[in-house]
Write a protein that binds this ligand. Structure first.
Ligand SMILES: C[S@@+](CC[C@H](N)C(=O)[O-])C[C@H]1O[C@@H](n2cnc3c(N)ncnc32)[C@H](O)[C@@H]1O
Length: 248
């Protein structure tokens, strides 16, 4: 771990910085990037989830748990912050999709009622300073042959949008070191791609797919000129999405 942050500090920061307005704005299917780049890949990698027991690890406001429930999965969403888990439970009370939300830190998971067929951990691991003890329980929660899918901000292109806006090209100064990236609401923590992949291997997982989605140029054109620098998403991958299988 490269920073002085503890996992509790990070959770506290998410709890303080997350507004009701932001949760409402992304409650249906996330934000622009999730809609166009992350969700379609996660859903494709998870495949047909009908009847499957799926863990949404670090579910935030629960939007992806609700999407999975719409596709017929039995979903347990785990989220450590009071503010986001309360919002997710509120949505469940309104829509009664049968999603179970549990307020917990991934590094200290309570009994979630048995093994899962799949676990998704979307945009969470780079938000956790000491992340390995959070990835491990996601894998251990799976049945033999179960699928683990995770998405992170791509470690090689983290400042993509801002850098394209400022310089008209992508620039980075550091890749190999681990460091904190101060974000608009909460901090992320950079580590190289090899750190994530080697940890997966050490947990006994077999890599199935490594996805680096780019934005459809037509979607970028339709968003212009409203979103300056958006063309960066067409040419470079801002997200790294990995699917892996637990040994049978
Ligand atoms: C960028 S948000 C992503 C949330 C959600 N998966 C989504 O895609 O909208 C990062 C999430 O990681 C959660 N998180 C941070 N530390 C965590 C931990 N130790 N265990 C579980 N979740 C954590 C935060 O509370 C926040 O909900």
């Amino acid at each position: 771990m490269a920073s002085s942050w503890t996992n509790n500090d990070a959770i506290r920061q998410w709890n303080i910085s997350t507004t009701r307005k932001a949760m409402e704005a992304s409650a249906k299917d996330g934000d622009f990037a999730k809609r166009h780049l992350v969700n379609p890949v996660l859903l494709r990698l998870l495949g047909d989830v009908r009847g499957l027991r799926v863990l949404d690890a670090g579910c935030g406001n629960g939007y992806f748990s609700r999407m999975l429930a719409e596709y017929g999965a039995q979903v347990v969403g785990v989220e450590p912050t009071e503010v986001m888990s309360a919002f997710a439970r509120e949505k469940e009370t309104e829509s009664r999709q049968g999603v179970t939300y549990v307020q917990a830190d991934l590094t200290r998971l309570p009994d979630l009622g048995g093994l899962f067929d799949a676990a998704v951990c979307s945009m969470v691991l780079m938000a956790i300073p000491d992340w390995k003890p959070a990835m491990r329980p996601c894998v251990q929660a799976l049945r033999p042959g179960g699928l683990f899918v995770f998405a992170v901000v791509h470690p090689a292109f983290e400042q993509l949008w801002g850098s394209r806006r400022e310089h008209g090209e992508y620039r980075t100064r550091r890749y190999l070191a681990e460091y904190e990236i101060v974000g608009p609401s909460a901090s992320d923590f950079h580590r190289p791609i090899s750190a994530y992949l080697n940890e997966l291997v050490s947990l006994g997982c077999r890599l199935r797919e490594f996805a680096e989605p780019g934005l459809d140029p037509a979607v970028a054109a339709a968003a212009q000129p409203g979103i300056a620098g958006i063309d960066g998403y067409v040419h470079l991958p801002n997200f790294l999405i990995v699917s892996a299988e637990v040994a049978s």
